[in-house]
Design a protein around this ligand. Sequence first.
Ligand code: MG
Length: 331
Amino acid sequence: MPYRFSFKKYRLPLRVPLRTAHGWWAEREGLILRLEDDQGTVGFGEIAPIPWFGTETMVEAEEILRQFGNMVPDELLDKTPERYGCVRFALAQARSVSSATASTSRLPVAALLPAGREVLRVLPEKLEVGFLAFKWKVGVGDAEDELGILDDLLAQIPAHTKLRLDANGAWNRRDAARWLTRCADRPIEFVEQPVAPAEEDTLLGLANDYPVKLALDESVVHLSDARRWQGLGWPGIFVIKPALAGPLHEVIDWILKTKADVVFSSAIESTLARSAILSAVLDQPLSRRALGFGVGEIFGDRRWDGPFIGPLIDNGCLAQTPGEELWNALN
Ligand code: MG
């Protein structure tokens, strides 16, 4: 079936710039695409790449969209290469018949805690608003200092809450071994990406040598990466950012088929992509772990941020027709 096809670019300053392994991230660029079938049914999809995380670039995404022209057949959309995970996510989103979920489930959200000693100031605020799961960025400062702060943090954190650590691949094998030894007898839900994605043998070795659960994040940008790690016998968790991974229905099929232990996580996308993701995870049990969508207000613009995300997600967190509204807001 041929679709009428068009797309628009967006560029939004982040309300608070994010510190990443590649410096400060101050502005989110992305694309919204629109597909209209011959029945007049319109669908929207969001492309929100993070090139330094291993996705296609904006230039590459735009290039492939231009090749689609004004009218594009299904078959050509289906030929979008695997490595264009963000484009493939958006095309699948625009083509899916998205009905609002009737789900009454509520899923917990993990609050993101700042690196360093600042964490001790922010934790009580997050507890106060009701968060029960937390993620703390580590591997940023001196390891000895951070291990000391970890002890202070664990002393403050109530027993019924969960704490996960994210090293963003910053450790070498020795640092990682030291941390994982310290975590062994502590209540840590899991440690995310202890060493860089290239260190595959080290990742597998650490996962088998220590009792603490490990999670892959930077290592599994695309669904195909997660499948490959599964084939290698990865015994831990997969952090999946659906907006980067490829078609959402393929991610869901994979989880249902393989019972992969998954944490869903934000790619700093707008409410358009996020509502599609949250709708899917509310619809059926896919993960028992708190969602990595505790990123707060990203843009400081209600249209793009969508409904407020607090300690629990339910279908009130889904924007109703974000595609139409955002499309019309763009030139
Ligand atoms: Mg991570």
